[in-house]
Design a protein around this ligand. Structure first.
Ligand code: PLP
Length: 399
């Protein structure tokens, strides 16, 4: 097989042809500024309205006025976090988890330098959030809690409804922001049932193009805008609307909603087949999350002891297989992943951990190809590892 086997869908996804098709008229003939007064702009403004309704339905918001279009997941997170804090300047305590995406974690670290007191909640060895620690951290001064829906590196799903209950029972004025970038399109999202105040999504993680995101802000939550200018997005995010991309996001959420059942059954089946086979075929391969955890259906993170993940990735890349050794933003650096470190993954496996993330376009043939090709690659890379004695002991232990 010489084709590409793309198993890095948590980094970004292929654009769906139907999404691209829906966008094309708004690059060509329907180029009007949606805010203009003449009839020509009506198709553009109607298309944006329809896309907003589709996103509202996708997250089950009450009102389309609670949906704001942005350029990406990182912008949505910044708009939510800075927006809430700038509106409530008297409160200086904020909470997040140790395993958030850098767009939240690095922002929190910057806020710490500006005088905010930050609590970073830990996770257990499966990557599950310590709810007791969260409960104890919330106090009268807590302005905001930011916890991701699903983790980009290990796929662990946080119990959002339970977290929401904990927060509101300790301080009903504390706002709850959920980064749902890795949950959208993989599991159902319902902002009303889960009681979140703000929630972000990003189109390029579910087959829309890069450069479009959205933020849900419930009608009771006030935010100060980041981008000040024109009246667009009800004054909360100025800038002429990116009509084609907004239309594309609308189509992508519609397709994601229709495809949820497939994600939860077929994509999960292929993911399970991949991880079970790899763990059975390669001695001392460890599923970093443990098997019984609540995970999004497309993600697996497997640690191969005593070798470098980057070397595995290079060998995979040579035969057309794309995977990742951490989140896309941190690859390129040899720093061990902050997520795996927070989970206390043993030092011997942390550097040799690989994330495979599937999508609705992943085929059985591709998974079979990886199952066939990966074990000999691991053997080959291990044969030049400086830890031969340790590897031999592990092999014998395994029998
Ligand atoms: N949040 C999570 C959990 C992510 O995985 C990512 C991207 O990898 C982002 C936020 C950032 O999204 P974007 O690339 O659209 O800025």
């Amino acid at each position: 097989m010489t084709n590409l086997v793309y198993l890095d869908n948590n980094a970004t996804t292929k654009i769906d042809e139907r999404v691209l098709e829906s966008m094309m008229p708004y690059f060509k003939e329907e180029y009007a500024n949606p805010s203009s007064m003449y009839n020509f702009s009506k198709n553009s403004s109607d298309a944006i309205k329809q896309a907003r309704t589709k996103v509202r339905d996708f997250v089950n918001a009450k009102d389309e006025k609670e949906i704001f279009f942005t350029s990406c997941g990182s912008e949505s997170a910044n708009m939510a976090i800075r927006g809430v804090l700038n509106y409530n300047k008297n409160k200086k305590h904020i909470i997040t988890s140790k395993v958030e995406h850098p767009c939240v974690l690095n922002l929190y670290q910057a806020l710490e330098k500006q005088g905010y007191k930050v609590d970073y909640i830990g996770v257990n060895s499966n990557g599950e959030l310590d709810l007791e620690e969260l409960n104890e951290a919330i106090n009268d001064d807590t302005a905001l809690v930011s916890i991701m829906y699903a983790n980009n590196e290990n796929g662990i799903i946080n119990p959002i409804e339970k977290i929401s209950e904990i927060i509101k029972s300790k301080n009903k004025d504390t706002k709850f922001f959920v980064d749902a970038v890795q949950a959208a399109g993989k599991i159902p999202i319902d902002v009303q049932a889960t009681g979140v105040d703000l929630l972000s999504i990003s189109g390029h993680k579910f087959h829309a193009p890069k450069g479009i995101g959205a933020l849900y802000v419930n009608s009771k939550t006030m935010i100060t805008p980041l981008i000040i200018g024109g009246h667009q997005e009800r004054g909360k995010r100025a800038g002429t609307e990116n009509t084609p991309y907004i239309v594309g996001l609308g189509k992508a959420v519609e397709l994601a909603q229709e495809g949820l059942k497939y994600e939860l059954t077929e994509v999960k089946r292929l993911r399970d087949k991949l991880e079970t086979n790899i763990i059975n075929k390669v001695y001392n391969a460890r599923l970093n999350t443990g098997i019984a955890t609540n995970r999004v259906p497309n993600t697996t993170n497997i640690g191969f002891e005593y070798i470098e993940g980057e070397l595995i990735l290079l060998h995979l890349s040579d035969i057309g297989i794309c995977a990742s050794s951490g989140s896309a933003c941190t690859s390129g650096s040899l720093e061990p992943s902050h997520v795996l470190r927070a989970m206390n993954v043993p030092f011997t496996a942390i550097h040799g951990s690989i994330r495979f993330s599937l999508s609705r376009f992943t085929t059985e043939k591709e998974i079979d190809y990886v199952i066939e090709k990966l074990p000999p690659i691991i053997e080959k890379v291990r044969s030049i590892s400086p830890y031969q004695k340790e590897l031999e002991q592990l092999k014998q232990l395994r029998g």
